[in-house]
Design a protein around this ligand. Structure first.
Ligand SMILES: *[C@@H]1O[C@H](CO)[C@@H](O)[C@H](O)[C@H]1NC(C)=O
Ligand SMILES: *[C@@H]1O[C@H](CO)[C@@H](O)[C@H](O)[C@H]1NC(C)=O
Ligand SMILES: *[C@@H]1O[C@H](CO)[C@@H](O)[C@H](O)[C@H]1NC(C)=O
Length: 358
């Protein structure tokens, strides 16, 4: 080997060693806020919540083959994103002991099925942990992290990923509540969702959070529970319209925050766009069933939830939806691949890989 070749060889070694490190762990921790799309079991600890999933057939494809409280046949978006980051799945906040500092260090999930940006969504789903309480819970975690020293905690927080998947339940609440509709037009309501979310992001920024991932609201008008109320099982166009309006507001707010707050960086993900693409080109993604849930009973398996006595579909990987509200693990994998490595068609202004390596 001559000198040039040797240097080239060294560079390759260093690069692949760096790649290994990156693969090993891209951020120190991921803190997850949101609803049932990312709940990993917090609601198991709520005494009177209806929004639970710790019973079969949930979890049939989870590594343990057991229900865990995830609203899915297998891993959910929080699990799959943690995998991409080289982290273990963030454990549910309510499962942790405050005396165990180490258990908080690679991330915690505050997400709760039925939760919304507003405090009020548990009118529909029974008890849930609303976003402002989820952020309060992070503040408690932050106090635990501070026990390792203020500057170590700040360093940790500033490099960690703060992931948000929330907003759908606020709309479900609005669509069924005549009281909410009397108080606000849909546009006012969507705007209020955005400003309320902004306040929570600013609270986290104030204690050192800098890297934010936010998923927009998906095609909520096309979930099985909405389709059964429409002619020919079509999507609810009005509900989809307001999801898009909210997403526009969210994108504008994030862009504003970036220009106002030193060091604030974010990745917005167009959940709506990817769900629309997957639905329209279902067969190219391996799906044969875009309307019906896999687990449930009745029309589109969406009249009765995925309870233990409900029936399951034959093939869980060719269904977009697991139950009347939630996607299958198969769909979720496509979504998470896209939010992690997708182009600017879906990831604005950057994808999660770029966010965490910046
Ligand atoms: C900051 O955090 C990173 C990631 O956890 C770590 O590698 C680095 O050593 C920390 N730096 C300081 C000064 O604590
Ligand atoms: C939600 O409840 C918390 C107390 O748990 C309160 O501080 C906050 O102002 C409430 N937010 C809204 C939007 O009502
Ligand atoms: C289930 O569906 C997937 C995706 O369409 C397909 O590849 C697989 O062969 C199907 N499995 C069975 C047992 O039919």
């Amino acid at each position: 080997m001559d000198g040039n070749n040797f240097i080239f060889f060294l560079i390759i070694c260093v690069l692949s060693w760096r790649m290994e490190l990156l693969k090993a762990q891209m951020v120190p921790a991921m803190y997850v806020f949101g609803d049932s799309l990312v709940d990993v079991g917090n609601n198991n600890f709520l005494p009177v919540s209806f929004a639970k999933a710790n019973f079969p057939h949930n979890g049939v494809d989870f590594p343990t083959r057991k229900p865990t409280g995830r609203f899915c046949n297998g891993k959910n978006a929080a699990d799959l994103l943690a995998e991409k980051l080289g982290l273990p799945s963030s454990p549910p906040y309510l499962s942790l002991s405050i005396t165990n500092i180490a258990s908080h260090l690679t991330g915690v999930s505050f997400a709760s099925g039925g939760a919304g940006i507003f405090n009020s969504t548990d009118h529909v789903f029974g008890q849930a942990i609303p976003l402002s309480d989820q952020v309060d819970h992070f503040m408690s975690v932050n106090k635990i992290l501070m026990k390792r020293g203020r500057s170590a905690a700040q360093n940790h927080t500033s490099k960690s990923l703060f992931a948000f998947v929330i907003g759908s339940n606020d709309f479900f609440d609005y669509f069924v509540s005549s009281n909410l509709r009397k108080k606000n037009t849909p546009q006012q309501y969507a705007d209020l969702m955005v400003t309320t979310l902004k306040q929570q992001l600013m609270r986290l920024y104030a204690v050192g959070a800098q890297k934010f991932f936010l998923a927009g609201v998906g095609t909520i008008g096309c979930i099985p529970v909405e389709r059964i109320n429409n002619k020919n099982h079509g999507c609810n166009a009005e509900h989809n319209f307001w999801a898009l309006k909210y997403n526009d507001g969210l994108k504008a707010m994030l862009n504003e925050l970036k220009s106002e707050l030193q060091g604030f960086s974010y990745s917005y993900f167009d959940t709506y766009g990817i769900m629309q693409t997957v639905t329209q080109s279902a067969s190219t993604y391996g799906f044969n069933e875009i309307e019906a849930a896999c687990c449930g009973l009745g029309e589109l398996k969406a009249r009765v939830p995925c309870l233990p006595f409900a029936t399951q579909c034959f093939n869980r990987t060719d269904h977009i939806f697991w139950d009347k509200y939630h996607p299958t693990e198969a769909t979720t994998r496509i979504v998470v691949d896209t939010l992690f490595d997708g182009s600017s068609q879906y990831c604005v202004p950057i994808n999660v890989r770029q966010l965490v390596s910046g």
